[in-house]
Design a protein around this ligand. Structure first.
Ligand code: ATP
Ligand code: ZN
Length: 302
């Protein structure tokens, strides 16, 4: 491969091993990527697209996109926000843009207080010491709420800080709350809701690269859409069509076809952009629909 060809390959930064790794690689595979893993295990070389995946620590991902080493990155919204605020405080311009919110990596950044202590709004934090790995997000929250508290930066195992006497409370990522409970802390307030996000450098890229980036982003959008989408087929009395169409979640104009030998009934096919639950089918049945079939959608391209 020539240097030019090498430079025209798209680089995506993905977490090397952690909560986002499997989902992120799965997303790229669903976009059609097949790859071989380098011997050093740090790069996945795309075989059928000019796309390589760099496997790195999640904290490094926004920086790699910021410095234009990678064109795209997949990272928790929490990390993207922390880095964005950090750059803002330093007076530097943020050079990565959020393109899509993805449908995994859900968590929240919350204050955890020792059981038995009380929390009565942000003002209860005045004069307290808060241990966190997200000093910028926490400081920003304190500033916005006119609270004076000290932020103690911890890079891991934040939840043990209060029992070590290093802080009065913590601010950390929570999903089920089990970790907090195990350390005799309770969740007092959420300051950020987060999901994995796809970030992109807004810098201009060569046309050959730009074209593949566009295609890849379009495919990501397609994958996100189909995960929720369903194809629904049913029979409906002509007289109930209006009511039935109104019940279909997130559907555009459906296809209506005549049924052989029936003037009063038609067949309706539609793509629903939201999941179709049993409740919806029950309501459709009540409205007069019959012979209902709900099928998963494999691929979608608008
Ligand atoms: P790395 O070695 O890459 O630095 P890490 O330990 O910082 O890994 P993980 O624990 O794998 O990161 O979490 C990665 C991301 O997963 C988080 O930044 C967050 O966006 C998301 N996430 C989802 N649920 C949770 C949770 N319960 N706790 C922590 N992170 C979560
Ligand atoms: Zn990390």
């Amino acid at each position: 491969m020539t240097t030019q060809q090498q430079q025209n390959r798209i680089k995506i930064a993905v977490q090397k091993s952690g909560r986002l790794t499997e989902h992120s690689m799965d997303l790229l595979v669903r976009c059609g990527l097949t790859y071989s893993r380098g011997r050093d295990q740090l790069i996945c070389y795309g075989e059928n697209m000019p796309v390589d995946v760099l496997l790195v620590r999640d904290d490094d991902i926004p920086g790699l996109v910021q410095e234009d080493i990678c064109d795209l990155g997949i990272v928790g919204g929490n990390i993207a926000e922390e880095v964005r605020l950090d750059l803002e405080t330093k007076g530097e311009t943020e050079l990565f843009q959020k393109v899509y919110e993805l449908d995994y990596g859900h968590c929240r950044l919350s204050f955890g207080l020792p059981e038995g202590s009380s929390f009565d709004g942000p003002q209860s934090l005045n004069g307290k010491r808060i241990a966190t790995s997200y000093p910028n997000i926490v400081s920003d929250y304190l500033r916005r709420n006119n609270v004076t508290a000290s932020v103690v930066e911890f890079s891991g195992a934040v939840e043990i800080a209060p029992s070590l006497g290093k802080s009065d409370l913590i601010c950390d990522l929570v999903s089920s709350g089990a970790t907090l409970r195990a350390h005799h802390l309770f969740e007092a307030e959420t300051i950020l809701e987060s999901k994995a996000v796809l970030i992109q450098t807004p810098k201009g890229v060569p046309e050959e690269k730009a074209d593949w980036i566009r295609r890849l982003l379009q495919r990501v959008q397609g994958v996100l859409q189909v995960r929720e989408s369903k194809y629904i087929m049913l029979h409906a009395p002509r007289s109930a069509l209006k009511k039935i169409r109104a019940l279909l979640p997130g559907s555009e104009a459906p296809t209506i076809m005549p049924l052989e030998g029936r003037d009063d009934k038609v067949a309706l096919h539609a793509v629903c952009r939201e999941n179709v639950f049993w409740e919806t089918l029950e309501q459709l049945k009540e409205a007069g629909a019959s012979s209902m079939l709900v099928l998963p959608v494999e691929k979608m391209l608008d």
